[in-house]
Design a protein around this ligand. Structure first.
Ligand SMILES: *[C@@H]1O[C@H](CO)[C@@H](O)[C@H](O)[C@H]1NC(C)=O
Ligand SMILES: *[C@@H]1O[C@H](CO)[C@@H](O)[C@H](O)[C@H]1NC(C)=O
Ligand SMILES: *[C@@H]1O[C@H](CO)[C@@H](O)[C@H](O)[C@H]1NC(C)=O
Ligand SMILES: *[C@@H]1O[C@H](CO)[C@@H](O)[C@H](O)[C@H]1NC(C)=O
Length: 451
């Protein structure tokens, strides 16, 4: 996702800009040119040929036009990456056009930021409703563009921030998830095409029903589910282990539930993005080679596709065909199944008896979709086992948090959907599945134990 914009080029490095600025102030006070300032104030708007640069020159904000399309946008990109990589767009659905004339980004009378076209019409604005007094809009080194009171840099007091309105990219420190206090549900959504930042068909959004899980959708249809957050990672992303470079976290406070990530060294760039082609992709910038390297992406294989093997089906890329049924189940639609379309899933063939049923511990699993599951983070494993055992409609249970020895309880009394079997090398976690007494001890999939 890069768009080399036509128009002017910003070739001044920061130091040069300072000299240039001094030069300007002393000698050419009326010349318009890129100014290395990091904020817009009521008396200093931003013109089409100017940019803001964050204080350590990591990010830049200004106007751009993808491939001389005649459509102009206000966006944020990395200052020092030559191949312009736009990470945020203010007016993605309402571009300025050549015919509406030169735009300007400024602070309006009500203290909000406005993008105003050549006729003076506002085509985009920040949406703070507080009456704030004198305000300043500043581009921070995190890539966050914030509106704040003139002398107040406290994060909690920001009146508006671009991090609350993501485009297609999640940067370190940005939140994917909701804030019940402000009613915001922050999610990322694709550009329409490589050169049109308008909101496209693909989105990646967090769902906090049951255990938190994020879904990649095409319009309203789920394409891929990350698997439930299990205290360490999303259970469908076993490779998502904390590394020396990056930390993933899920944060729950009184009013907020969100996923975020951070890098241990701010000179390393990483971004998570929904591409216009419909993939969720993480890129890392490799400074020595000057490329964005695709570090991870999804869906990456057949088993990443949502409900590939239907209810009670398990997807496993190490076998062929990839779908198999849970122990005690058989294909619902034998013909389609034999033709390798597993989406109708499986039905129970061995009746349960409730009290005499046993459980099968299935290792290295992606947990079933959990939006209608019962969750209690305070329950012990034994309590969870007992609760599932005495509730005949409980089909499976697991620890809701696998940190350390594991804790909490998640229990499914509805269909088990979107399960996946990983290998030991890939990882995954233990899921305990209810089976008829006669199936306890059946030879089952590798790495499974019955008890
Ligand atoms: C818009 O204006 C720019 C600069 O004047 C020009 O290069 C470009 O061709 C114009 N685009 C359209 C679609 O008119
Ligand atoms: C998971 O358990 C660990 C260790 O007890 C705890 O620090 C962490 O907050 C828990 N995470 C969640 C999401 O409950
Ligand atoms: C961050 O990375 C740079 C470049 O590799 C290195 O010079 C610097 O020491 C690192 N900083 C920290 C705090 O690790
Ligand atoms: C079984 O669990 C479900 C979900 O928590 C609950 O609605 C139902 O009442 C339980 N049934 C029994 C018999 O406990």
């Amino acid at each position: 996702m890069s768009s080399n914009t036509g128009g002017h080029r910003h070739c001044y490095r920061r130091l040069c800009s300072y000299y240039f600025l001094i030069f300007q102030i002393l000698i050419l006070p009326t010349l318009h040119a890129p100014l290395a300032l990091n904020s817009i104030t009521p008396t200093h708007p931003l013109a089409v040929d100017q940019t803001l640069v964050s204080s350590n020159a990591l990010f830049e904000l200004g106007f751009f036009t993808p491939e001389n399309s005649g459509r102009w946008y206000v966006g944020i990109w990395y200052k020092d990456i030559e191949e312009k990589t736009v990470v945020w767009v203010a007016n993605r659905n309402s571009p300025l056009t050549n015919s509406t004339g030169r735009g300007v980004l400024r602070i309006g009378d009500d203290g909000n930021i406005y993008l105003v076209d050549g006729d003076g019409n506002s085509i985009w604005g920040s949406s703070s409703t507080t009456r704030p007094g004198t305000t300043v809009a500043e581009l921070l080194d995190s890539g966050n563009f914030v509106l704040r009171r003139e002398n107040d840099r406290t994060e909690e007091n920001y009146l508006w921030q671009s991090f609350d309105y993501p485009t297609d990219t999640l940067l370190p420190g940005m939140k994917l998830g909701c804030d019940s206090k402000t009613g915001l549900n922050r999610y990322i959504s694709s550009w329409k095409t490589a050169t049109d930042p308008a909101e496209g068909d693909f989105s990646f959004k967090l769902d906090t029903h049951g255990l938190p899980e994020a879904f990649l959708r095409k319009k309203n249809d789920v394409i891929y589910g990350s698997g439930a957050w299990n205290g360490i990672r999303f259970s469908g992303v076993p490779e998502m282990n904390p590394t020396a470079v990056i930390t993933f976290s899920f944060v729950t406070t009184k009013s907020e539930n969100y996923y975020t990530f951070s890098l241990h060294n701010e000179t390393i760039f990483s971004k998570l993005q929904v591409s216009h082609g419909g993939y969720l992709e993480r890129y890392m910038w490799i400074p020595t080679n000057k490329i964005w390297n695709k570090f991870w992406y999804a869906p990456a294989d057949q088993c990443d596709y949502y409900k590939e093997c239907g209810p009670y089906g398990i997807c496993d890329t190490s076998i062929s065909p990839v779908c198999e049924c849970l122990v005690g189940f058989g294909p619902r639609n034998r013909q389609a199944w034999d033709l390798r379309d597993g989406r109708d899933g499986c039905v129970r063939v061995h009746d349960l008896e409730c009290e005499s049923d046993g459980f099968l511990a299935m290792n290295y699993m992606k947990l079933p979709e959990s939006s209608s599951a019962f969750v209690d983070a305070g329950m012990s494993f034994d309590e969870c086992t007992a609760m599932c055992k005495r509730n005949c409609s409980c089909a499976a249970y697991a620890n809701s948090n696998i940190t350390g020895d594991g804790s909490g309880c998640v229990m499914w009394t509805t269909e088990l959907l979107d399960m996946r079997q990983y290998t030991a090398a890939e990882g995954g976690q233990v899921l305990y599945v209810r089976v008829a007494a006669s199936d306890v001890g059946t030879f089952v999939l590798r790495s499974h134990l019955a008890f």
